[in-house]
Design a protein around this ligand. Structure first.
Ligand SMILES: [Zn+2]
Length: 271
């Protein structure tokens, strides 16, 4: 979700979507239950558009995909916009080598179930999520907790994490430490106490924990939400600017990596 500009004012920025998710308990879970095949950022983007247009959230597909499912998009329905990765090629002028890179574009080509009619859909099951599978898939190692300070809930060092066996919110701490490994440990180690210090790295890790806990229905979302809301309320800056857009992109991407890594099935849709 980097290196792209939003196409129109109608599509909210990632930071605005994140703040929407932080300030409305239940929104992340609702987005996950309806749109779990899509990336965490796109789930919230889709849900916000459904709410703006008064559409019931549900499965989303492109026009041809609905046709494959023997359903058709109703006359006059406008497509929802999602953010898609595209692979681009660039030829290096000096070496004449071809490089590929990923860019992101917004496309309006998805329709939610409520915008379609036709054959009844098979019920959709949400895949099971497993913490150990996520850790392994992310190429992260869980090591024994050897910190001497009992207040420390967990820590992250390079690609290793440990969770205090007595941690108050073990899943929240797990997601927080996984986020540090994905986003921050190249620059140093993290040991997290009962009170999270106020820094941008911490708000990023705690936001990832919030997205993961609430999506998967695991305990810890309330605590993470409280911390982030406290962060947002500091000083006189308006909420929308409190979390930089670049941080919001990193947060959505890390949460998405963690959730996908722990799922029992490989999804065919990758947007
Ligand atoms: Zn931390």
């Amino acid at each position: 979700m980097e290196n792209h500009a939003n196409p129109s004012p109608a599509i909210p920025k990632w930071s605005a979507l994140l703040i929407e998710a932080v300030t409305k308990p239940g929104l992340i879970m609702k987005a996950y239950s309806a749109f779990h095949q899509y990336s965490v950022g796109n789930q919230i983007l889709a849900l916000v558009q459904c709410q703006m247009r008064g559409l019931q959230p549900g499965p989303i597909n492109t026009f041809p995909r609905w046709k494959d499912l023997n359903r058709f998009v109703k006359r006059g329905e406008r497509a929802l916009t999602l953010c898609m990765p595209i692979t681009c090629k660039r030829r290096d002028e000096d070496s004449d080598e071809e490089h590929t890179f990923t860019s992101f574009v917004y496309k309006a080509r998805w329709f939610v179930l409520a915008q379609t009619d036709g054959q009844e859909l098979e019920p959709i099951t949400i895949p099971h999520w497993d913490a150990e599978r996520a850790i392994k898939t992310l190429n992260i190692e869980r090591v024994p907790f050897d910190h001497t300070d009992g207040n420390v809930q967990g820590f992250a060092r390079k690609r290793q994490i440990a969770i205090n066996p007595l941690a108050q919110l073990p899943y929240k701490t797990l997601f927080h430490e996984l986020a540090h490994v994905i986003l921050h440990t190249d620059d140093g180690d993290f040991a997290d106490g009962e009170t999270t210090p106020r820094s941008l790295c911490e708000v990023e890790a705690e936001s990832v924990a919030l997205l993961c806990c609430e999506s998967l229905g695991l305990e810890g979302a309330d605590y993470a939400r409280g911390y982030i809301q406290h962060w947002l309320s500091r000083g006189s800056v308006s909420n929308a600017e409190a979390i930089p857009e670049k941080s919001a992109q990193k947060i959505f991407r890390a949460a998405d990596q963690i959730i996908r890594a722990g799922r029992s099935e490989v999804d065919s849709v990758t947007n």
